[in-house]
Design a protein around this ligand. Sequence first.
Ligand code: SAH
Length: 374
Amino acid sequence: MNKILPNISSATDSSATIKRRVRTLIDRLAERHELTRDEYLYVLDHITVDDTAHLFQRAYEAKQPHYQNRVFLRGLIEISNHCVRGCRYCGINRNNRSLQRYRLQPDEILDCVERGYALGYRTFVLQGGEDPYFTDDRLTGLIRSIKTIHPDTRITLSLGERSKDSYQRLKDAGADRYLLRHETASRRLYEHLHPNDSNFDERIRCLYDLKELGYQVGAGFMVGSPTQTNADLVEDLMFLKDLDPHMIGIGPYLCHEDTELAGNDSGTLIATLILLALVRLVCPKAMLPATTALGTLDKLGRENALMVGANVMMPNLSPEANKALYEIYQNKIRAKDTDQYDRDDTKRRIEAFHHIADFSAGDHVDIERMIRHD
Ligand code: SAH
């Protein structure tokens, strides 16, 4: 079976026995936080729209004891769209010649942090392509400056694969968290999406290194990437259980027409929500963003995500001239909004769905407990 979640549109035609088994497995996952490979596959192969209400409710409940209805806000600064990699799905990959490239200078990044601090953010996510300009020396200088000016903030880096030594230096300089989606835990799919220049084992190695170094680590994957099957998604669930990251970014694959994968279907809202909900049950304490990709796919994508267990949003703080150029996928929402509008609009959306916008540093619940007891 090639198509992901094949039953999802055929709604109610599954037999009562199948339906009962799907619900039993969802309940088991909610209680034990893991299933076997075969059980996960059974759920993904047989879940119908009918069963999603049950899954979504269980996932919503699962975040309550740890985070209640708080949604943590992070200010996202897209520091460079230069990239040495050739990821076939990504609009800023090195082979896209039609993209105008930019990189922010350290003082411009500090300006973004200042604007963000004034708007209330206490976590800054510095994300970018793998740009050799950002050497350890440049980054450590930048991280130290931010932490000296604002010691009450957290710095999250999302700058791709680096050596363990480099991760160590960035951590010593004051970086707290690192986002590095594993993209897919299926070796076959990983190699399909990253032929030639990117290595599955390396990517996974980076994540375990980051964890060992004491970062709050974020992994994650795309839903609906070309040739992805339910069996591939089962690998993601198994992998996340093993790594047990602090953050998990899950978004739909969105086809970018200036990439090698032009012409493919994008992921769907329902499949992404099902995976988000399952991941919330596997890792009940994880920070789960309602991603910009989901908001781009559907007007209420992020709000839906909150209702199935997500608890983080990342408004954009990049300079206005650069927002649209960080084009990992097309038609990115908020590319034309001001920082102030983005913050206010995000807060309004959160509140409209009966959640609370939380501007605190917002550590993972286990880390927060550790800090409190120090
Ligand atoms: N260079 C960094 C940051 C990459 S951009 C790194 O390697 O981690 C952040 C995430 O955007 C990627 O990890 C990927 O999962 C997602 N992404 C890239 N292209 C995408 C696309 N076309 N559709 C949806 N998500 C995409």
